[in-house]
Ligand binder design. Structure first.
Ligand code: ATP
Ligand code: MG
Length: 415
């Protein structure tokens, strides 16, 4: 018979289990808790959208749209794309669901996103983002609130040491145009030393060269003029309001006057939380203000600001995981006691105890399997003078925890 070969996992995807799963889940759960503290509403948006949703809003010349999207024609002939990020889909929903009536709207979500990239540590083709957006708020205090939330999240995850918030403004349209002209002049003077990709960017979107990861571009990008000489008074005021808000909220930041973001839609505030602990994949959380995005989707002029972070990158940075909830082993040491064990396990779970039941396989081995399992307490159903007797073993419960457990056990016995 021909041997059947097992299909390989798709390059750049991960199966998440064990220690990494615990880290991953801890990041997602901490985000869920923190977003509630900031009164952000959870939203779910589709994993795929019409290709136009991303192509229009992200910008045709961006890396994501030009090289990284998973686009395909479905059976009906429509061009669809697996979401490479959340913002564009949320903006689409804002328009098509009529959420304008709720503006300003504070939204949060997390889930898988897809980019065709060269996989390496911290860089995958299916990865996961947490995402927070405020749509319909033009005030700098919206930027401050989002940054304070990001800062609190990193602190609660215990990874804020060694992570810096790099902050910049991209100004308003007038500022951007003036800065852009200065950048073009600078890059033209170094045309001969730029990478091929950056030569293309020079024609289409010169600001993107500042974001290049190519070592040939870095010195030229680093010596480019910063934005400050070109800020209009309004843009400077907006940025000053953001920085004073951050200071009031106790959020540490450093200025990076050459920071730009990879997508076209950013205005005013742009930021990245960066660490040196993940090699080239140092950006853990990034975002900014996107006042032009909703218009690029055909909607009315609507301000917005948001950020996204890679769950995998945050999970890799975690040092200490919170202690898991205490686990109780319930062990039938004899097949005659399987049903009482099932009853105990179920009742304890209904009373909020995590329980693993040992009621299958060799009865003589269940005792040792339960001990090896690493439970914090064990309840053994053993045979004693032809009746069932319960042996209780406290391995790691506190006195209070043991008392709570014994109270539930007493109720089961008397029932
Ligand atoms: P990079 O410069 O690393 O490519 P980016 O600017 O493309 O990042 P964003 O579009 O801002 O990233 O996405 C927000 C966050 O998502 C990043 O800061 C990072 O933590 C994470 N991220 C982006 N691309 C990947 C990927 N391919 N694999 C894992 N995480 C990613
Ligand atoms: Mg990228």
């Amino acid at each position: 018979m021909a041997k059947i070969t097992t299909p390989r996992p798709v390059r750049g995807t991960q199966d998440i289990f064990g220690d990494f799963e615990r880290r991953f889940t801890h990041v997602a759960e901490t985000f869920e808790r923190v977003r509630r503290l900031y009164c952000f509403n959870r939203v779910e948006v589709p994993v795929f959208e019409s290709t136009a949703v991303f192509a229009r809003s992200l910008g045709e010349t961006t890396d994501v749209v030009s090289k990284e999207m998973y686009s395909f024609e479905d059976r009906g002939g429509d061009s669809l794309t697996l979401r490479p990020e959340f913002t564009a889909g949320i903006a689409r929903a804002f328009l098509t669901e009529g959420w304008q009536q709720h503006a300003p709207l504070k939204l949060a979500t997390h889930g898988p996103v897809f980019r065709y990239e060269r996989p390496q540590k911290g860089r995958y083709r299916q990865f996961h983002q947490i995402d927070a957006e405020v749509i319909g708020a033009a005030e700098p205090m919206a930027d401050v609130e989002l940054l304070a939330m990001a800062d609190q999240l990193l602190k609660e995850l215990g990874i804020s040491d060694g992570v810096t918030l790099q902050l910049n403004t991209l100004g308003d349209a007038e500022t951007r145009d003036a800065w852009r002209a200065a950048l073009v002049e600078h890059f033209e003077a170094h045309r001969g030393d730029l990478s091929e990709d950056s030569l293309k960017r020079l024609d289409k979107n010169p600001m993107r060269i500042l974001d290049s990861k190519d070592p040939r571009d870095r010195p030229i990008a680093d010596s480019a003029p910063g934005i400050d000489g070109y800020l209009t008074a309004e843009a400077a005021d907006f940025f000053a309001a953001v920085t004073s808000g951050l200071d009031a909220a106790g959020v540490a930041w450093t200025r990076n006057d050459r920071l730009v973001r990879g997508l076209d839609y950013y205005r005013h505030t742009a930021f990245e939380f960066v660490t040196d602990r993940l090699g080239a994949q140092g950006t853990v959380l990034a975002g900014g203000r996107y006042d032009g995005l909703i218009e690029s989707l055909g909607g009315p002029s609507t301000p917005g600001v948001g950020w996204a972070a890679g769950i995998e990158r945050l999970a890799m940075l975690l040092e200490e995981l919170p202690r898991p909830p205490k686990k109780i082993a319930v062990v039938a040491e004899d097949d005659d006691f399987v049903l009482p064990a099932v009853q105990y396990a179920t009742t304890l779970r209904k009373n909020d105890f995590a329980v693993e039941a040992f009621v299958t396989a060799n009865p003589k081995k269940r005792h040792n399997r339960a001990l090896r399992y690493g439970a914090d307490a064990a309840i053994f159903m053993v045979r004693h003078e032809d009746a069932m007797k319960i042996d209780f073993l406290n391995l790691r419960l506190t006195d209070t925890e043991e008392a709570a457990l014994r109270a539930v056990m007493a109720k089961i016995v008397s029932a």
